[in-house]
Design a protein around this ligand. Structure first.
Ligand code: NDP
Ligand code: GDR
Length: 380
C-alpha cells in the first residue's frame, strides 16, 4: 500500500516541490487548494492528473485553513499517514496589513489541523509536519540561531507562527502525537513568489537587462538572510517525518548574505557590475561596468538601455517594515547529524537557477513586445 500524504499550501513554492518529491517516492499525494476566481495551480500543473483516471496519485481538494469543518472532513476522507502543513499567509510585510487574518490562518489554522487529527482518532496514525520559520528568532538574541535560541518574533506573521510552533509542541507532549516543527530559514527557487525579495530581484534584473523595466525599488538592503534552495529544504521536511520520534529541527545553510550582495550577484551574473552610492533612503545602485561578451553569450541585445552610469536600483521606504528582522544565520548541526540532511545548492547555484529561469521567462516577453504585443508589467 502506498503511503498517503496530505499537503496544505500545495499551490505554493514548497507545496509544489514537496509534491514532486513525495510522488517520486511512490506516495499518493492529496493537496488542499483555495478557491480562487482564477486558476492558481501554475506551480503544480505539470503534476495534474485527470480525476477520472483510475487510482489517481495526485488529488486536489478545495479547502482553507480558516475552515475547521472543511479541514476535518478532508482529513477524515483522506486518512493521511502524513500531513505537511505548509499553508500560510506567508508574507511578513503583508502580515502588518492583515494581522487578524494572518493569526487566524497561520496560528489557529495549525490548531485546527492538530485538533481534527485528535478528534478523528488519528493521533497514532497521522504524522504532522508544521512549517515553522526562522522569523521566530526575530530580534537577534544570539547567532547562529539553533533549536535552543530564544524566540523574539517581530511581525504579526512571526507571532502567529509562534503560536503554531508551541501548539504543535503541546499536542505532541499532551497527546503523544508525532508532530514536529521544521524551523526553516529562507529558501528560494524559480518558483518563489514574485514579491519575496530574491525573486523580486531576479525578475527585475532580468527585465532591466532586457529593457523591460527601468529601476528596481528596494526596502532595507542591509538585512541579512540565510538563503537556501527550496528543493533541498523539502527533502528535510520529508526526513523529519521519517524519524522514529517527533522533534524540532533548524534547517539552514549556516551562511548569511546581505540583500545588497544578492542584488550585486544577480546583476553580475548577467554581465552588469553594479556600484552603490549615497546613503540610507538616498542610496542608489548604478551600472559601473558592462561585460558585453557575457550579454552576447546570454542573448541579451545591448542597446541604449544598458549604459554605464545608469541607475537601476533605488530605495523606496514603502518597502521598509515597521519592525525588521536584521540578521538571520542558522545552525543546522542537529539536522545534519540526526536527519543526515545536507543541502546540495550553494548561494551561487541558487542565484544561477533563479536568474537564468527569469531571463528565459522574460525573453518571451521581449519577443512578444518586439512583435508589437503588449505584455503585463506588474511588480511590487
Ligand atoms: P507560499 O506563499 O509560496 O505558499 C503558501 C501556500 O499557502 C499557498 O499554496 C497558498 O495558497 C496557501 N494558503 C495561504 N493561505 C491559505 C489559507 N487560508 N488556507 C489554505 N491555504 C492557504 O509559501 P512557501 O511555499 O514559501 O512556504 C510554505 C510554508 O513554509 C509557509 O507556511 C511559510 O510561512 C513557511 N516558511 C517558508 C519559508 C520560505 O523561505 N519559503 C521559510 C520558513 C517557513 P494560494 O496559492 O492560493 O495563495
Ligand atoms: P522574509 O522574506 O521577510 O525573510 O520572509 P522577504 O524575501 O520578504 O524579505 C527578506 C528581507 O529583504 C528585505 N527587503 C525586501 N523584502 C521584500 N519582500 N521586498 C523588498 O522590496 C525588500 N527590500 C528589502 C526585507 O525587509 C527582509 O529583511 C520569508 C517568508 O518566506 C516567510 O514566510 C518565511 O517564514 C521567512 O522568509 C523565513
Amino acid at each position: 500500500m502506498s503511503k498517503k500524504a496530505l499537503i496544505t499550501g500545495v499551490t505554493g513554492q514548497d507545496g509544489a516541490y514537496l509534491s514532486e518529491l513525495l510522488l517520486s517516492k511512490g506516495y499518493v499525494v492529496h493537496g488542499i487548494k483555495r478557491r480562487t476566481s482564477l486558476f492558481n495551480t501554475d506551480r503544480i500543473d505539470h503534476l495534474y492528473q485527470d480525476p477520472h483516471v483510475e487510482d489517481p496519485r495526485f488529488i486536489l481538494h478545495y479547502g482553507d485553513l480558516t475552515d475547521s469543518m472543511n479541514l476535518t472532513r478532508i482529513i477524515q476522507e483522506v486518512q493521511p499517514d502524513e500531513i505537511y502543513n505548509l499553508a500560510a499567509m506567508s508574507h511578513v510585510k503583508v502580515s502588518f496589513d492583515e494581522p487578524e487574518y494572518t493569526a487566524n490562518a497561520d496560528g489557529i489554522g495549525t490548531l485546527r489541523i492538530l485538533e481534527a487529527v485528535r478528534l478523528l482518532g488519528l493521533t497514532q496514525k497521522t504524522r504532522i509536519y508544521q512549517a515553522s520559520t526562522s522569523e521566530l528568532y526575530g530580534l537577534v538574541q544570539a547567532v547562529p540561531q539553533s533549536e535552543s535560541t530564544p524566540f523574539y518574533p517581530r511581525s504579526p506573521y512571526a507571532v502567529a507562527k509562534l503560536y503554531a510552533y508551541w501548539i504543535t509542541v503541546n499536542y505532541r507532549e499532551a497527546y503523544g502525537m508525532h508532530a514536529s516543527n521544521g524551523i526553516l530559514f529562507n529558501h528560494e527557487s524559480p518558483l518563489r513568489g514574485e514579491t519575496f525579495v530574491t525573486r523580486k530581484i531576479t525578475r527585475a534584473a532580468a527585465k532591466i537587462a532586457l529593457g523591460l523595466q527601468d529601476v528596481l525599488y528596494m526596502g532595507n538592503i542591509d538585512a541579512q538572510r540565510d538563503w537556501g534552495h527550496a528543493k533541498d529544504y523539502v527533502e528535510a521536511m520529508y526526513l523529519i517525518l521519517q524519524q522514529d520520534n517527533p522533534d524540532d529541527y533548524v534547517i539552514a545553510t549556516g551562511v548569511t548574505t546581505r540583500v545588497r550582495d544578492f542584488i550585486w550577484k544577480c546583476f553580475a551574473w548577467l554581465g552588469l557590475e553594479l556600484e552603490f552610492k549615497g546613503e540610507a533612503e538616498n542610496e542608489t545602485g548604478y551600472i559601473a561596468k558592462i561585460d558585453a561578451a557575457r550579454l552576447e553569450e546570454l542573448g541579451i541585445p545591448n542597446k541604449d538601455h544598458l549604459k554605464t552610469g545608469t541607475e537601476v536600483m533605488r530605495i523606496d521606504p514603502r518597502y521598509y517594515r515597521p519592525t525588521e528582522v536584521e540578521l538571520l544565520i542558522g545552525d543546522p548541526s542537529k539536522s545534519k547529524k540526526q536527519l543526515g540532511w545536507t543541502p546540495k545548492y550553494t548561494l551561487d547555484s541558487l542565484v544561477e537557477d533563479m536568474i537564468s529561469a527569469d531571463l528565459n521567462l522574460f525573453k518571451k516577453d521581449r519577443l512578444l513586445m518586439n512583435e508589437g504585443f503588449e505584455v503585463m508589467n506588474y511588480f511590487e
